[in-house]
Structure formats: C-alpha cells, structure tokens
Design a protein around this ligand. Structure first.
Ligand code: NAD
Length: 344
C-alpha cells in the first residue's frame, strides 16, 4: 500500500466499557476530584439522575434540552454556581451531554459522562449551541469529557424508532470520516468497523455491540472534519428545529449519494461494512429496515422552507468531496423531503 503522510490527533479520555454505571460512578467521580457533582439529565431520564445523585450526594438538574439553547445553559450555570458544584455527571443522550459540555466550557470543570444514546458526543471536543440567530459550533479542550462510562443496560429503554435513528446518526459520523479532508488510515479503520458493528447490532438490539460501534463513530467525529451531511443536519436542526437523530437518518443516504462520485474509496469501505453493492442504497435500506423515517416531510419540515435551507447550507464554503452548488443542495433536499430512494 502507498502510505501518504498524515496527522492523527488523539483526544484524551478514559473509557469504561460494558460496566454497570452505578457500580463505578462514585469511584470515577472521586478519581476526577469531584466532591460536589451536578448531575445533568433530561426530564425523561430524571429518575436515573436522582438515583445516581442520591448515591453521590450532589445536586440534580433535569432540564437538558435538545440543541443546547444558551438561555437554558445560563440558568443551569447559575444553579451550578449556587450549589458550589465542582464537576459534572451527565447521563443521557447528546442533549444532556451537550449541556454538561456547555457548563464545562464556561467553568473548566471535569466531566464524567454516561451516554444513553448512540449520538457519540461523549467522545468529542465539540459543542453545538443554539440562540435566536441559529446554531454555532466550537471545539475546545475544555469541552472534551474526561471520563466516559458505557453501560449497555441503559440503552435497553430506548424506544425502537429512536434506537434506529440514533444508530444511524452514529453511522453518519463514520461515513463523513471516511472522506474527510483531514482523514487518515486510523480514522478509516474506526469508521469502517463502527459502521459494521452498528449495522449488525441495531436490527437485533444488541446494545453492547451497538455502543461499541457508537464509541468508534463518536471518536471519528471528534478526530476529523465533517462535511455536507453534518452541515445540512446542523442547518435543519438549528434553524428549523427538526429533531437531531431523525434528521440524520433521513439525510444520510442522500448526502452519501451526492458525494459518491467524488469519494469512491469511502464508498468501498461503506459497501464492505454493510455488505452491499451501493453505499447510498445500503444506508437507505438499513434505515428503512429499522423503521427510521425516510422523508423530511414526515419530520414536519415545510416544503416552503427548502429554499431557505438550501440558501443557508450553501452560504459558507467548506471542504466537501463533491463540489457544492446551491442547485445540488436544493435537489438533495428535494429528494430527502419526498423520501425518494437515492441514486447511485
Ligand atoms: P437527546 O439526547 O435529545 O435524546 C432524545 C430523547 O430520548 C430525550 O427525550 C431523551 O431523554 C431520550 N432518551 C435518551 N436516551 C434514552 C434511553 N436510553 N432510553 C429512553 N429514552 C432515552 O438526543 P440525541 O440524539 O442523543 O442527542 C441530540 C443532541 O446531541 C443534539 O443537540 C446534537 O446537536 C447533540 N450532539 C452533539 C454532538 C457533539 O459532538 N457535540 C454529537 C452528537 C450529537
């Protein structure tokens, strides 16, 4: 093989995989020097947060919201300061983890993260936040969680539809990692293996294997730059308030079809991982087979907003394998809106 030179930037984190979170959380919090933890969950997972908080003796905030609205972060920050907290325990999907990261960015406190979805945020130094003017994203060393506990038992309560879309959200990180402008062979290994693990695990609800896949895919997201797919989902979620994982599930086959002509090697890795002859169609079939939504229309997007979405998504240039045009993006959105089967 002809190896090119490359840079691989590993992100430091301690991972405990396949363990009971209640059995290890206290000692892991102590290891990080946390004496007054603030446990963060969403409302739906409030009981799990209370359970861990009563064991750790800190305070509990169950107001995490999707897309990390800054106004909510400011309320949570006052709570953190009033209680003299000195560390975060986030338990939940990307929304709870996002709020924990937003507080860690503002206070530089340590984070212990217990993911309950496959979104992969726990493995990245990325924070997306929303205000009235849309969604902004930053990377910072303070955002990267120090310790992650992967407890597969927590995934068993995922509603089937969300398990499917969340798993495809993870796969999307790997797909874009395979053609990233700063991609490298280490990331490629993790990306192909992550797609393979998730595609095998999701149909049989094998939470342990799926979490392993999401860990790999999250690491890919944290290590290299994302392109058109993530940009579109960012616009659709941040400006049109579409749900995060569902939007990823709808867009992924279409963004992959768009990039396929300019990323043949990436397509070959996806095909190997999915055991299919066509990466976009393999991804479409996977989503459909899992019962994930396949159209933006079904997520409540208005057809009249597609032009605006295409304008925003094509306003700032960024690296993408296939050259980006406003028309190309608008056509992609039209296919995704109607849930058409993607072209090769
Ligand atoms: P989420 O965290 O909003 O969870 C969706 C719903 O599912 C919530 O009501 C939650 O309580 C519930 N839920 C989560 N896990 C559950 C479980 N095991 N059982 C039952 N219910 C459960 O959704 P998400 O898709 O995990 O995260 C989306 C957010 O994460 C978005 O804001 C997105 O921008 C962010 N994100 C950030 C990064 C990053 O690197 N910064 C990466 C991925 C996602």
């Amino acid at each position: 093989m002809d190896f090119k030179s490359f840079t691989y930037q590993g992100l430091p984190s301690r991972v405990l995989f396949g363990v009971d979170h209640l059995a290890v959380a206290k000692v892991e919090a102590q290891r990080l020097g946390i004496t007054q933890p603030m446990v963060i969950t969403g409302q739906q997972q409030s009981m799990l947060g209370s359970a861990i908080n009563s064991m750790l003796g800190g305070s509990h905030w169950d107001g995490a919201k999707m897309h990390t609205p800054i106004v909510e972060t400011e309320r949570a920050l006052s709570f953190y300061q009033d209680r003299k907290s000195d560390g975060i325990i986030s338990l939940g999907g990307g929304s709870a983890i996002g709020l924990g990261k937003a507080l860690a960015f503002r206070t530089d406190c340590p984070q212990l993260v217990i993911p309950t979805s496959y979104a992969g945020s726990e493995m990245t130094n990325i924070l997306g936040e929303t205000s009235e003017s849309g969604k902004t994203t930053k990377r910072d060393v303070k955002i990267q969680p120090e310790t992650v506990i992967y407890d597969p038992a927590l995934l068993a309560t995922l509603p089937a539809k969300f398990a499917a879309t969340s798993g495809i959200n993870a796969i999307a990180h790997a797909v874009e990692g395979l053609y990233a402008v700063d991609g490298n062979p280490i990331v490629t290994l993790m990306a192909e293996e992550g797609i393979r693990a998730l595609a095998a695990a999701l149909p049989k609800n094998d939470y342990k294997q799926a979490l392993y896949g999401s860990w790999l895919c999250g690491t890919v997201l944290g290590s290299v730059s994302m392109a058109l797919h993530h940009k579109l989902c960012h616009v659709l979620g941040g400006t049109f308030n579409l749900p995060h994982a569902e939007t990823h599930a709808v867009i992924l086959p279409h963004a992959t079809a768009f990039n396929a002509p300019s990323a043949p090697l990436a397509m070959a890795h996806i095909q190997l991982a999915l055991n299919t002859n066509s990466a976009p169609q393999g991804l479409f079939e996977l989503a459909r087979g899992l019962g994930a939504p396949t159209s933006l229309q079904s997520l409540g997007m208005l057809e009249t907003d597609l032009d605006n979405a295409a304008d925003i998504a094509s306003s700032n240039p960024y690296p993408n394998p296939q050259p980006l045009t406003r028309k190309g993006i608008r056509d992609l959105l039209d296919d995704a809106f109607h849930g058409r089967r993607p072209n090769e």
